[in-house]
Design a protein around this ligand. Structure first.
Ligand SMILES: [Cu+2]
Length: 130
């Protein structure tokens, strides 16, 4: 009786272990997102009325000076056919933006940010977060 129980236990236990390990390996693994503040290449983002916005138009950022509160979202929109980027303090946060693309960025810290475009050195703007 006691021996029979033991034999069954020894047989069942390794099977449970293997199934458990297989299940643990199945999930997760797709959390590769980097910058949560950017939405690269997405044309689906709409700019809310009255939100801080900078247009990319005629090879310029318009306006080229913007003041917001720290924590505010700033919307960048490419309004022309030329490809642009939103590069903030040297970091490209947008990828390539086509006409109509909108990228949202959050001015996290109170300071002045330099905004440039990787393709057009003449495109410059500053965003001051207070
Ligand atoms: Cu550009």
């Amino acid at each position: 009786m006691k021996n029979g129980f033991w034999r069954a236990g020894v047989l069942v236990f390794p099977v449970v272990l293997i199934v458990g390990v297989a299940a643990a390996c199945g999930g997760g693994g797709d959390d590769a997102s980097g910058d949560a503040t950017a939405s690269p290449g997405s044309g689906k983002v709409e700019v809310p009325a009255g939100a801080p916005e900078i247009d990319q138009d005629n090879l310029a950022f318009k306006p080229d000076k913007l003041t917001v509160k720290a924590g505010d979202k700033v919307y960048f929109k490419n309004s022309e056919t030329a490809l642009h980027t939103v590069t903030i303090d040297g970091k490209n946060i947008s990828g390539n933006m086509k006409k109509g693309d909108v990228v949202v960025w959050t001015a996290g810290t109170a300071k002045t940010y330099k905004v440039t475009c990787d393709y057009h050195p003449q495109m410059n703007a500053t965003i001051t977060a207070q």
